[in-house]
Design a protein around this ligand. Structure first.
Ligand code: COA
Length: 359
């Protein structure tokens, strides 16, 4: 049924019936709370209108779009979720991370055979997307399911239907910091003059550092692109430059450079809690996001990344972040162990596939 055919108000249980729907919502919420206290209460997933349209939200901030409610059942098990359709401008920075036509699903599941319930939901969703997809855009149309990392009972459904785990959203709870700056559990990084031991200086990046910032950000993107999962466009450098220039013009210390003997060897970029667009991914009011950490190839393994990661943590702490999130490629052999050592754990896994699977 197209969104236009749905009666006003729609069926707020997407056909499951109110008892089954309430059981699913309760069971899923209980399981998430047990699995990881940083998972948000999945209220917005299941509340709200049933018949929101799936016209694409243009741009990378779709979270004001409630999405369309879908549900499916298998035996005593049920799954329900919200489907959002996002259309990206190919020259925008987010288009380098995603399909131009991106169909995104967040779902909840409960029952004794959760994989069967999620399979049933996917088997309902994918044909609906295919029926809606613009044939011209199809080669750049993809499906993304964001699934709690520790919620493994249903995961086989994703692999069976051709999804691959392309990225991890990792999280760390920040311990409260004492007024003297001690007590986060992580040593404070020094921003200031070069360390006499290793000649490394950390300082906020300025607008006249734009070339160095762009070069380091591109180096990180090109490294990540080797691992698949990105969608680099011919305009990537222009998009990175425009976004970096805008961020540096804010002059808010959200970009920090590491310099050795005056040359930029590393960069960390953060979204402060008031800027971070993390779409209800963590159970906290103030969430900071590490957008980019890049150490130039010749300087890796000498402590630059760790100093920058801790400087980012300090900057986010200044703005009251209770939780820090970041996204890294599932198979990045450098970043995955690095962030684990910095105390981050997988909170979500981003599963993705093209709409049309290769024959
Ligand atoms: C990931 C990255 C930022 C790490 O920076 P780095 O300067 O090389 O890391 P550091 O030298 O500060 O390492 C800090 C600690 O992590 C450890 N570590 C770093 N990389 C590691 C790896 N791949 N495996 C295991 N441990 C690792 C170091 O041994 C060190 O611990 P130790 O002092 O106890 O030995 C860097 O490798 C990089 O820029 N990679 C390419 C781009 C990228 O992947 N960016 C991250 C995207 S999310």
């Amino acid at each position: 049924m197209s969104s236009g055919d749905t009666p006003a108000g729609g069926d707020r249980t997407a056909g499951l019936g109110s008892v089954a729907f309430a059981r699913l919502a309760r069971g899923n919420a209980r399981r998430w709370a047990r699995l990881d206290p940083l998972l948000p209460v999945p209220r917005e997933l299941l509340d709200g209108p049933a018949d929101a349209p799936v016209e694409p939200a243009v741009g990378d901030r779709p979270d004001t779009d409630p999405g369309r409610l879908l549900a499916a059942r298998s035996g005593d098990s049920a799954a329900a979720g919200r489907w959002r359709h996002v259309r990206l401008d190919p020259t925008s920075l987010p288009a380098n991370y995603d399909w131009l036509e991106s169909h995104r699903l967040r779902a909840a599941v409960d029952g004794t055979d959760q994989a069967a319930a999620l399979t049933a939901l996917l088997d309902r969703w994918v044909p609906e997307v295919a029926a809606l997809a613009d044939p011209v855009a199809q080669p750049d149309t993809g499906l993304t399911v964001t699934w709690p990392a520790r919620d493994v009972q249903a995961v086989a459904a994703l692999t069976r239907r051709g999804f691959a785990p392309v990225a991890v959203v990792a999280a760390r709870l920040r311990a409260p910091r004492r007024a003297d700056g001690v007590g986060s559990g992580v040593p404070t990084a020094t921003i200031g003059p070069a360390d006499p031991d290793d000649g490394l200086e950390l300082r906020p990046a300025r607008l006249d550092d734009l070339d160095a910032v762009v070069a380091l950000q591109l180096e990180e993107l090109f490294y990540d692109d080797l691992l698949g999962g990105l969608h680099l466009r011919s305009s990537v450098e222009r998009a990175v430059r425009a976004a970096a220039a805008a961020a540096l013009s804010r002059n808010d210390g959200s970009r920090i450079l590491a310099l050795r003997d005056g040359s930029a060897v590393g960069l960390v970029a953060v979204d402060l809690p008031d800027q971070a667009d993390v779409g209800g991914l963590a159970a906290a009011d103030r969430v900071g996001y590490v957008d980019c950490l890049s150490v130039t190839a010749g300087a890796r393994g000498s402590g630059v990344g760790r100093r920058l990661a801790r400087a980012a943590d300090d900057r986010l702490a200044e703005d009251g972040a209770a939780v820090v999130l970041l996204t890294h490629s599932t198979v990045n052999p450098l970043s995955a162990p690095f962030w684990a050592r910095e105390g981050f754990r997988p909170l979500w896994v981003i599963w993705s596939r093209p709409l049309l699977l290769p024959a």
